[in-house]
Design a protein around this ligand. Structure first.
Ligand SMILES: [Zn+2]
Length: 417
């Protein structure tokens, strides 16, 4: 549904999980979180980068009881949590690449966090040796003045259109800069100003409107570059990463993408995967349970774990704490088991009310159950049921559900009369 703000859903970051007594309900996950904390502290000590809460931000009055957490992930990639949906940020010599931009109300804080990280990374990084990325300074400039000016936000990717993931688009894009070549800048008023915003085509469709009608978001927030194929990739390395953007059809919405940083080995999943609750399936905007499972499987194809331990490819979920392949596999299994239970009941001809009464999520509710004004376990089961049951739909047909009985047409009636 449009206008949905998922920050209402309880958020557990590394920090909050540690303090949260609810963690006791799931010993395994609490323990995992502890271990990840320890691992981060080791990594942080090595790099001289602390698991930090942005100074200054922490001292500002907290809006809705939240400030931002910045978690170093791998290489140049960081997770910024607490601004709505999680933001993945690649920050380095080539500038800033963001996946999602959080809520509009949080964009000043996000911008400040990005600027602070940029300054820190600049201090941390040794002087440029030779050619790094496509957008680095020349080696001559560098030898004359080794102190590099901080680079702006160059690219933003929206994983889907929901406002807790795109709300900061306008402000953050404006603060950024797109580099153009040749005489393009002379032809297009906007060229050379503002970061580029990539998204799947349907995401732009949800955010914009045909000429003459009122768009749900201001045009400054709209994606500037869309694609409609299965995937796209950034045309060059950025901060040492090849960056791939892959569309997952009909998952959380009809415009989801996952973003893979193929050097730092970090995946940004958008809301296809989240560590807080059962996934929100935006049925009205093309979301389906099978698409979600397919999305998790696509990500699991990419993810490779470390040898008998946590880590390996890291996954920044749409909401909640930083995750790895084991978390993702557990989540995929949970969705698959619940989907199969619903499917079996539907095949027996059970109604939605009967499926709800069967409590098909009971064993997972202590960890993933949710009940708030926006999303609840009941609504999740309903969405699973609806997208499986939709007779004649690809989901329905795939599992052998019969097509909907044709409505009695006027001609048939006449025949009978
Ligand atoms: Zn969403």
């Amino acid at each position: 549904m449009k206008g949905l703000v998922e920050r209402d859903v309880p958020r557990r970051t590394l920090r909050t999980r540690r303090l949260n007594p609810e963690g006791k309900r799931d010993f395994f996950l609490a323990r995992r979180s502890e271990t990840i904390m320890k691992r981060f502290f080791i990594v942080c000590a090595g790099l001289g980068v602390a698991l930090l809460t942005v100074h200054g931000l922490a001292q500002q009055p907290r809006t809705s009881g939240q400030d931002l957490d910045i978690v170093p992930v791998h290489g140049n990639v960081y997770m910024i949590a607490g601004a709505g949906g999680n933001i993945t940020a690649s920050i380095g010599r080539d500038g800033v690449f963001l996946v999602d931009t959080g809520l509009a109300a949080m964009s000043d804080k996000v911008l400040e966090a990005v600027r602070q990280l940029t300054r820190q990374v600049q201090v941390k990084e040794p002087p440029v040796d030779l050619r790094w990325g496509a957008e680095t300074r020349g080696t001559l400039q560098n030898s004359l003045n080794p102190a590099m000016p901080p680079k702006p936000i160059r690219y933003i990717v929206n994983t889907h259109f929901h406002p807790d993931h795109t709300g900061g688009n306008e402000k953050l894009a404006k603060a950024g800069r797109t580099f153009t070549g040749g005489n393009v800048a002379g032809d297009i008023a906007d060229a050379g100003q503002g970061a580029a915003i990539f998204a799947y085509e349907n995401t732009l469709n949800h955010m914009s409107a045909p000429t003459g009608s009122q768009a749900p978001t201001p045009d400054g927030a709209w994606p500037t570059d869309t694609f409609h194929q299965e995937s796209m990739k950034l045309s060059h390395f950025f901060n040492g990463d090849a960056i791939q953007i892959v569309h997952i059809p009909g998952a959380h919405t009809d415009g989801d993408v996952i973003v893979y940083f193929r050097g730092s080995d970090v995946l940004a999943s958008g809301d296809i995967f989240q560590m807080t609750t059962y996934p929100f399936i935006d049925v009205d905007n093309g979301g389906t349970i099978n698409g979600l499972i397919e999305g998790c499987n696509r990500m699991l194809d990419i993810v490779i774990p470390e040898f008998r331990m946590e880590g390996g490819t890291m996954v920044v979920p749409g909401h909640g704490r930083l995750s790895d392949g084991a978390d993702l596999a557990y989540y995929r299994d949970m969705l698959t088991i619940i989907r199969d239970r619903a499917q079996a009941l539907i095949k027996q001809g059970k109604t939605l009310e009967q499926v709800k009464a069967a409590k098909i999520t009971a064993d997972y509710d202590p960890r993933w159950g949710v009940s708030n004004t926006v999303w609840s376990t009941d609504k999740f089961v309903e969405a699973v049921y609806k997208t499986l049951h939709r007779a004649g739909s690809p989901e329905g047909l795939r599992y052998g559900f019969p097509k909907a009985a044709p409505k009695p047409a006027a001609t048939t009636k006449k025949k009978n009369q």
